[in-house]
Design a protein around this ligand. Structure first.
Ligand code: SF4
Length: 662
């Protein structure tokens, strides 16, 4: 028995590009192609017969007449720029799935993110992708090498992103994805393997596990054909890769004793090449199933309910036309696109973008097939709600209706019932939730009835906790923040920092004597503070306000010295002297012996609080933050000098006596 895989032969990207090239060549125009249109010698030879000239793929030779085609793999940006400058006409037939990678890589690179690509660095598709990675890029052919590089290079998950060549091995890519998810909390991963490739690889894996021999038909340079061959070889000892029927001859002996032969083919293998291979094998095995039947099985037309990826060929406010690579034109009406809300189709969808749709109804007479995106999405959204019920993930939606006993939250059109007790605080008026956007945690999902129940209250609580966790984690000692004063007490001020409040103790507000915060601040004032310490468990954030730049001792030392005369204000009177403010936060002592020419027994007889006097700075003790002032030095300088002299003589006599004793 010989079986051809259902997904053998030209993929939609190749069909689309080859169709364009063939139609243009048939129209009589001079056609050039930058590199071989597909990795298939036989097909390329047929094109050359039609007059298509195949040029080197590096852009070293560019035509100055005719139409130049860019093949499905895409080209580097620099080559495209040269084409635009030199060629009179060109058609970009790059597969939309490849262009999607260009778009992702360009956008991420613009954010400064480094590209880590899995693929074959020498493949033309990868060379094109690399040209979009303006913030740097590394290409790896195995998950292990890529993971080692990422681990050694990036501490921060936002510094890089991962993407993959369209035709890369799905297994290897999944391996890399899993490693990244273990290494980082939320790595940026873009699964850019083309759906065609995934489907073919999965089918190849399934079919080749149970057979006697496998024939993989495709270009020897074709990346996706090689991947199919790797899969076949891993599952079946008797796996052969060939470009055409003639290439099978050396394997006849092995193949003719096989009971079950599977034929699989790469995305760039023409149908007639597969037909020849089939005929060759059928002759060898005397297989009776006609090729027409096999072809029917293989190149099946689309069926109602089938999911398919196409390319948008036209957009109007009422519908989108989709090229499915078949004889039917896909029509996607507005009502089959969105579940709820209004969207502007011409803004949201663009010609050339790939789109996944479901086939609804075929009309052979009109040559159309009605499509739906909404129904496809519905399945996805139901699956997302079901997953969220298991994982506890919080979803976001809007309250659509207030019903008996609760509200209905719509998440992408999936209705989730939230009982009144789970809508918010006890006694809340649930009517106020109508049309509000809300988070919801799904705690029950019935797949058969497609019904879900959830809680807004629990979701809000979790979101608040997460926000707080994130906020606390974001704070670092010394970090400067601007907050708003929420309340003032005698021992400090409470400052709202956004998601949480912090406190500045009065000792961290002012330098010098303790002051009443209410005399200096009011509720609602903006205040620049810095983080002193954070205690997540006790939910305490300790803040500081006063800084070294505002330290009055620093300012005093920069502006005053011993011997300076200063105007001071008496701020307190003690039995041994009076304290006087030199500048805000800095007081000095005028001792009773320094108040006047003679010793003053009762300082209150000399000064009262608030008096302004001129005094001389006669001593600064930095370590003890003490300053000595003298009014006597101003009002009776001779007496002050005599005191100084007497003190010096006393000190000298004392020193001499100490020396004699020794
Ligand atoms: S294999 Fe996929 S990416 Fe490559 S040309 Fe075909 S559809 Fe496009």
């Amino acid at each position: 028995m010989i079986k051809i895989a259902e997904n053998a032969g030209f993929c939609f990207g190749v069909k689309r590009a080859c169709g364009m090239i063939e139609r243009t060549a048939d129209s009589g125009k001079k056609v050039y192609c930058l590199g071989e249109p597909i990795h298939n010698r036989i097909y390329n030879a047929m094109l050359e017969k039609k007059g298509v000239t195949i040029l080197p793929d590096d852009g070293s030779v560019l035509p100055r007449d005719g139409v130049l085609f860019i093949r499905t793999h895409g080209i580097p940006k620099q080559t495209l720029e040269r084409i635009k400058a030199i060629c009179p006409e060109y058609v970009d037939a790059t597969c939309p799935f490849v262009l999607r990678i260009h778009d992702i890589v360009s956008k991420e690179s613009a954010k400064g993110s480094y590209a880590v690509l899995l693929g074959d660095a020498d493949h033309p598709e990868v060379r094109g992708i690399v040209s979009c990675a303006t913030a740097g890029c590394s290409v790896f052919s195995t998950a292990k090498e890529a993971a080692e590089f990422v681990k050694a290079t990036f501490d921060d998950e936002n510094a890089f992103f991962a993407a993959v060549q369209t035709t890369f091995s799905k297994t290897e890519w999944k391996l890399f994805e899993n490693i990244l998810k273990k290494l980082y909390t939320n790595p940026k991963i873009f699964d850019t393997i083309c759906n065609v490739t995934s489907v073919r690889q999965e089918e190849a894996d399934r079919l080749t596990k149970d057979c006697d021999a496998v024939i993989v038909v495709g270009g020897l340079k074709s990346s996706n054909t090689k991947k199919l061959f790797d899969i076949a070889r891993a599952n079946c000892k008797n796996a052969v890769m060939t470009e055409d029927a003639a290439g099978l001859e050396p394997y006849f002996n092995n193949l003719k004793n096989s009971n079950k032969i599977i034929i699989i083919a790469g995305a760039s293998t023409p149908g007639d090449v597969i037909q020849e291979v089939y005929k060759q094998m059928a002759d060898l095995l005397n297989d009776e199933l006609s090729f027409a039947e096999m072809l029917d099985q293989s190149f099946k037309t689309l069926n109602t309910g089938e999911r398919v990826v196409g390319v948008i060929s036209a957009v109007s406010p009422a519908e989108i036309k989709v090229d499915l690579g078949t004889k039917h034109t896909g029509i996607l009406p507005y009502d089959e696109i969105v579940n709820e809300g209004n969207i502007d189709l011409e803004k949201e969808y663009h010609v050339g973008d790939p789109i996944e749709v479901m086939c609804l109804k075929f009309s052979d007479v009109e040559g159309t097939v009605m499509l739906s995106k909404k129904r496809l999405d519905e399945d996805k959204y139901l699956a997302a709600v079901s997953d969220a019920a298991e994982s506890g993930e919080i979803l976001h939606g809007a309250v659509k209706e207030v019903v008996k006993g609760g509200v209905i939250v719509s998440v992408n059109g999936v209705r989730i019932f939230v009982p009144a007790s789970q809508c918010g605080p006890e006694g809340m008026d649930i009517e106020t939730l109508k049309n509000q956007k809300v988070p919801v945690r799904v705690f029950e999902y019935n797949a058969q009835r497609k019904r879900a129940r959830g809680s807004i209250r629990s979701a809000k609580r979790s979101e608040r906790k997460q926000r707080l966790d994130d906020f606390y984690a974001s704070l670092t000692e010394g970090q400067k923040i601007t907050g708003t004063i929420r309340s003032i007490t005698s021992y400090g001020v409470f400052v709202n920092l956004g998601d949480a409040d912090g406190m500045v103790h009065v000792s961290d507000l002012f330098w010098g004597r303790p002051k009443n915060p209410a005399d200096y601040f009011k509720v609602g004032d903006k205040i620049d503070v810095y983080v002193k310490s954070v205690d997540r468990e006790k939910e305490r954030i300790s803040l500081g306000y006063k800084t070294e730049e505002t330290n009055p001792w620093t300012i005093f030392n920069n502006n005053y010295k011993v011997g300076d005369d200063v105007e001071v204000t008496i701020v307190s009177i003690m039995p041994f002297g009076a304290f006087a403010e030199i500048m805000p936060g800095i007081d000095g002592l005028i001792h009773c012996s320094q108040m006047a020419e003679k010793f003053v027994q009762k300082p209150e007889t000399m000064f009262k609080i608030g008096d302004k006097v001129v005094a001389k700075i006669i001593g600064i003790e930095d370590e003890r933050n003490r300053i000595s002032l003298s009014v006597k030095a101003i009002v009776a300088p001779e007496a002050y000098e005599a005191d100084l002299k007497a003190a010096e003589e006393r000190a000298a006599r004392k020193a001499a006596a100490a020396a004699t004793e020794e």
